[in-house]
Write a protein that binds this ligand. Structure first.
Ligand SMILES: C[S@@+](CC[C@H](N)C(=O)[O-])C[C@H]1O[C@@H](n2cnc3c(N)ncnc32)[C@H](O)[C@@H]1O
Length: 273
């Protein structure tokens, strides 16, 4: 697992801190992250909208509720327990829609670029099924939360092997995939949903990610780049009823209850992997 920063923090109202405030190990981590994110700590200013807080549980993002003036935890990555843990154990193996869309078959585990990594849930599922997955995330804040979850999962016996199949790059995918040393079989895209399709937006996590990263307006351009690179296929997750991301028709579509996978076959590699 590697973490590369090639992007400075955007102009977010954000402070890095730790709880308990006098825990020296957590202080060291908080200082290192503030430096990596190049944050200007302005103690005299108005309260920041977001806090990145190191606690004994890990790094969490807390959001200010202006009406109460209080912060509450909105994002923390946990690959060992919670929904990622459940999907790892009971997700349906290579027959689940994500795995079929990405091209997993008996004996075939494609190399995958997850070009919109977010909190890494989808990439983690694919790695838990045996794929080597390179995750690319351009938001340094989301990337820090993801990296922290990966580090904790790397230290846990139930998830250590899975994490060894994951790599994280903090960068813009369009630039990274255009200069990859090896052609990936599958490129996976799950850009932010348009505002009017609200199934994912109802979740507080997704609303918070949107307020941090925006709307991924360049998703169609990312798909075009991915289609020129992927060895076998590009997979795009879309909300149910949303228009396709490209004028090109998908080769096939895998429907789910609230969303679907548009699969664009490129078939440049001879074998599936
Ligand atoms: C909906 S979230 C992805 C959720 C993810 N599939 C998961 O399982 O957690 C979309 C993420 O893609 C990232 N993103 C969008 N376009 C990107 C690009 N060109 N390069 C890198 N990251 C990108 C956004 O910053 C955002 O964090």
């Amino acid at each position: 697992m590697t973490l590369q920063h090639d992007q400075t923090a955007t102009a977010l109202s954000l402070t890095v801190t730790c709880i308990p405030a006098d825990d020296e190990a957590l202080q060291v981590k908080a200082l290192a992250l503030a430096e990596a994110l190049q944050l200007n700590q302005d103690a005299a200013g108005s309260p920041p909208q977001f806090l990145l807080v190191y606690t004994v549980k890990g790094l969490e993002l807390q959001t200010l509720a202006p009406e109460t003036g209080r912060y509450s935890t909105t994002l923390i990555t946990d690959f060992v327990h919670g929904s990622a843990g459940y999907r790892r154990l009971h997700g349906g193996g290579i027959h689940q829609p994500l795995a079929r869309a990405a091209g997993l078959k008996p004996g075939i585990r494609p190399t995958i670029i997850d070009a919109t990594a977010g909190l890494g849930i989808d990439a983690f599922i694919l790695a838990s099924l045996g794929c080597q997955v390179t995750m690319i995330e351009r938001s340094p804040v989301i990337g820090a939360l993801l990296n922290d979850g990966l580090q904790r999962a790397a230290a846990h016996p139930a998830t250590r092997d899975i994490v060894s199949r994951l790599q994280l790059l903090i960068s813009n995918s369009r630039e990274v995939i255009a200069s990859l040393p090896e052609q990936p079989a599958t490129i996976y895209l799950d850009p932010m949903y348009p505002h009017r399709h609200t199934s994912a937006l109802n979740k507080q996590e997704m609303r918070t990610i949107r307020s941090l990263v925006g709307d991924d307006q360049d998703a169609a351009a990312l798909l075009e780049t991915a289609l020129t690179i992927a060895g076998n296929r590009v997979v795009v997750k879309r909300p149910k009823g949303a228009p396709e991301l490209s004028a090109r028709r998908p080769s096939h579509i895998i429907e789910m209850k609230n969303s679907r996978f548009d699969v664009y076959l490129t078939n440049r590699l001879k074998s599936e992997d």
